[in-house]
Design a protein around this ligand. Structure first.
Ligand code: ASP
Length: 334
């Protein structure tokens, strides 16, 4: 029987009602006790790493999760991380960069309702996650939620209350899980046993600026002075509004050669950016060599930049690495 490590980190799945509202309280051992069918699927050990509302998760917590997986990597066939849903997509993307080419599956799951209430989705999500983690064809970092398997770099929380909280953005679900059966749509990759790579360092000086019509230019100077990387969430396929262009040129001239990076992304969730289409994007991109998100999710862009910026790469290599596909994060760069 395959051996799986269940890592508890908190979230609604582990919440109890308190006078101040729901708060994480149940341990990984208590979660497992609610899923009696788990014993038929795999041998599960459990470990309580933290017990947080995932609103409080930060890059240091992602590092603690990946360190824990690394410590136990040889002893288990797969890992299930029980996690809050609010920032689950960020953690899944971060882990996709921190644990690469893993033949052993790392599954993240959670729930919209606590595991000890009658109408919960938690027991099914946890059972499905153990089933997926115990299957020899599973690999890499994925979210298992509401019967869907979503690549760790492709998930977005799109619904705040419904059970189908997560969508897979610009990429198909690698698998579905129906009535205890895994139906696969994306073939596994032929990783060797020693191919897994762990990375620990992250640079969390990555800021996001979501543009609104009439956005004021002063913000740009502040963000570039205080952060190493600025992700700009613009409109449509991507561009800089005329009202910001002057300040943009001034700031880019000021910071040129200082190792700062600017990534253009779009507020449109599906289908991605392409700055080459409109005058408002093409010229700025050419003049400054901006990076562009293309079809990557915002969660993937931000965590990939945190991972890349910590590696001290020369500009050109950083750019090449940004566009190199990892765990299905990017399909097109034109
Ligand atoms: N606030 C909770 C969390 O992210 C929500 C959830 O788990 O569904 O930890």
């Amino acid at each position: 029987m395959r051996r799986i490590l269940l890592i508890g980190t908190g979230g609604t799945i582990a919440c109890r009602q308190t006078a101040d509202g729901l708060a994480p309280a149940l341990s990984a051992a208590e979660l497992l006790a609610w899923v009696p069918g788990a014993g038929q699927v795999c041998h599960t050990d459990f470990l309580q790493l933290m017990n947080l509302d995932s609103t409080n998760m930060a890059p240091a917590h992602w590092q603690a999760i990946s360190r824990c997986i690394r410590q136990h990597y040889d002893a288990y066939d797969g890992f299930v991380v029980a996690h809050g849903t609010d920032t689950l997509a960020y953690t899944a993307a971060a882990l996709s960069y921190m644990v690469q080419r893993s033949r052993k599956p790392i599954v993240l799951t959670g729930a919209q309702r606590p595991i000890d209430v009658d109408s919960t989705d938690a027991r099914q999500n946890l059972l499905d996650s153990l089933l997926y983690a115990a299957d020899p064809a599973s690999q890499d970092v994925n979210i298992v939620f509401d019967g869907k398997v979503i690549a760790g770099t492709r998930a977005k929380k799109e619904r705040a209350k419904s059970y189908n909280a997560f969508s897979s953005i610009n990429f198909p679900c690698p698998a579905l899980i129906q009535d205890g059966r895994i139906i696969r749509y994306v073939p596994s990759r032929p990783y060797g046993p020693d191919e897994v790579r762990f990375y620990h360092a992250l640079n969390d000086a990555v800021a996001l600026w979501k543009l609104v019509p009439g956005a004021r230019p002063e913000m740009l100077a502040y963000l570039l002075a205080h952060y190493d990387c600025l992700v700009i969430e613009s409109f449509g396929v991507g561009g800089i509004p005329e009202g910001l262009t002057g300040e943009f040129y001034a700031q880019m001239a000021r910071w040129r050669g200082c190792g700062k990076q600017v990534v253009m992304a779009t507020q449109v969730v599906s289908e991605g950016s392409n700055m080459a289409v409109y005058e408002v994007g093409k010229r700025v991109k050419q003049d400054f060599g901006l990076l562009e998100a293309y079809d990557m999710t915002l969660e993937a862009v931000i965590t990939k930049m945190m991972w890349l910026m910590a590696r001290g790469l020369p500009d050109e290599e950083l750019k090449r690495e940004f566009y190199r596909e990892i765990n299905h994060d990017i399909l097109f760069t034109r």
